[in-house]
Design a protein around this ligand. Structure first.
Ligand code: NAD
Length: 487
């Protein structure tokens, strides 16, 4: 038994998991010109009215499906050039979900676009009332580098399905993929209504100065704050798909081999550079040893004999140094891994038991193949540990007990939950995907995405006559008595 028991950190000593927001970057006049040009162009396309039609929306969705099919080779080599994403994994996790999302949206779109009747109320008879979804208008999508195709194009699916015109700014940290998107997107979708702007923080800052109707941001919590502040200037609505520390609780009654296999898979996928990767494990003490043994077996098995065929590289030197420093300051006991290979830009898959709860490893989102395993004496302690951090994007629970499931669901808040697996809730078309609190605002995927990027416009239609004088002043006691009876 690994025995490094320690008291839980008191609430008063809590550290925020998110770094302070970076100061706004200055944009060059070229960035500003480019941003204004892109915005003006898509606003003109939106104002032409064509993006509202069902035929335009369907054509864009078909275009996105064709883009990921016909552009597959170009996108996969860009992903390999950017950070050595293995081919099949890149297709499975970055390209295939986009095609599936666009196809499913196309199948349901006409139904989602229908208006919904509601009762107009006794005081509005004769009359009728309904809500109708209408586009928000111009949408700015800012996307991250870790799944640079999917996290740029899946929000685009939602935006065009709702009839919006879009400026898309992909991440500068995966420049080959951003360039491929900039080449491919105008070939497959309406180039006047969907514009890709490449660039870094300065380009994003210049775009945020434009009066978009909505901003759809995927990225870190700290930059999410910058985006929300920029949106406030124009009262733009926002969707914030952010990060955080997603815990995996392993209860003593769980199937330990399956828990280990699935947690190891979630931590290795994209070398842990996944927003919903299991960030750390909370395990009930009696099953720690079994879990650690099984995790080590699974980490070895999943990497196979040649790690170069299965490992995605850490995206750049800065992130490699960040992970190295998380390892150095972690405390606890390293039971496997711990080395960093600067030539290959790899971090060896690492398990650390009971790291220092105040270390950066346990405060910040890890975003790499390092798995802290924290022993707890009870489920209650696991719940307290989860609630010590900001509300996570995902929570994972491994248990065979309905009672345990109910307790954990009831006592914790997270963007989403997956029981007895990790990350798979992301792929359920009927489930909205998004965070809560510091892990995000709003949700998308399927109908949730269409609704997130639509305004649900309420409409009341009254007949001109009869026009009863009852509701109009001057009021007297007779009118008041009748009104009180009616309302
Ligand atoms: P990031 O916040 O550094 O960058 C995201 C995008 O914002 C990039 O396009 C970047 O150019 C732009 N940007 C960066 N700084 C900016 C600023 N000051 N002003 C305006 N724009 C700015 O995030 P990242 O490193 O690309 O991605 C990793 C983070 O994203 C992690 O925290 C991860 O959890 C999160 N993430 C969340 C989801 C989700 O669906 N919730 C998905 C993937 C990644």
């Amino acid at each position: 038994m690994v025995d490094t028991a320690r008291p839980a950190t008191p609430e008063a000593d809590r550290h925020p998991t998110a770094a302070p927001p970076p100061p706004p970057a200055a944009s060059s006049s070229e960035d500003s010109r480019q941003a204004e040009k892109a915005f003006t162009q898509v606003r003109a396309a939106f104002r032409s009215g064509r993006t509202r039609t069902v035929s335009w929306r369907m054509a864009q969705l078909q275009g996105i499906e064709r883009l990921v099919r016909e552009g597959e080779g170009e996108l996969l080599s860009a992903l390999a050039d950017d950070f050595g994403k293995p081919r099949v994994e890149a297709w499975l996790t970055d390209l295939a979900p986009v095609g599936a999302e666009a196809a499913a949206t196309r199948r349901h779109l006409r139904r989602w676009m229908r208006s919904t009747r509601v009762f107009a109320g006794k005081t509005n008879l004769p009359g009728s009332a309904w809500t109708v979804p209408e586009p928000l208008g111009t949408v700015l999508i800012i996307s991250p580098w870790n799944y640079p195709v999917q996290l740029a194009l899946a929000p685009l699916v939602a935006a065009v399905s709702a009839g919006n015109a879009v400026v898309l700014k992909p991440s500068e940290l995966t420049p080959h993929t951003s360039a491929a998107l900039a080449r491919l997107v105008p070939r497959y979708v309406d180039p006047q209504a969907v514009v890709v702007v490449e660039g870094a923080v300065e380009a994003a800052t210049a775009l945020l100065d434009q009066p978009f109707d909505h901003i759809f941001f995927t990225g870190s919590t700290s930059v999410g704050r910058v985006v929300m502040a920029a949106a406030a200037k124009h009262l733009a609505s926002v969707t914030l798909e952010l990060g955080g520390k997603s815990p995996a609780i392993v209860a003593a009654d769980a199937d330990i081999d399956i828990a280990a296999r699935r947690i190891a898979w979630g931590k290795l996928l994209n070398s842990g550079q996944t927003c919903i990767a299991p960030d750390y494990v909370l395990v009930e003490r009696p099953v720690t040893d079994r879990l650690l043994q099984a995790l080590q077996v699974e980490l070895g098995r999943l990497q196979g004999a040649d790690p170069s065929a299965t490992r995605t590289r850490i995206v750049n030197e800065r992130h490699l140094h960040r992970l190295e420093s998380l390892l150095a300051g972690a405390g606890g006991q390293v039971v496997t891994g711990g080395t960093v290979d600067h030539d290959q830009r790899w971090v060896e898959p690492t398990i650390i038991v009971d790291p220092d709860p105040d270390s950066e490893l346990m405060r910040d989102e890890i975003f790499g193949p390092i798995l802290p395993v924290v022993q707890v004496d009870s489920l209650q302690q696991a719940v307290e540990e989860v609630n010590r951090h900001d509300k996570p994007l995902a929570l994972y629970l491994f248990t065979a007990s309905q009672q345990v499931e109910d307790r954990v669901l009831d006592a914790t808040t997270s963007g989403g939950v997956c029981i007895n697996h990790v990350m798979m809730h992301f792929n359920v078309p009927g489930l909205p995907f998004g965070g809560v609190g510091a892990s995000g605002l709003g949700a998308y995927h399927g109908r949730a995405g269409f609704e997130e990027l639509s305004h649900r416009k309420p409409v009341l239609r009254r007949t001109a006559r009869p026009d009863l004088p009852l509701a109009y002043p001057p009021y007297d006691t007779r009118k008041e008595r009748l009104l009180r009876r009616l309302l």
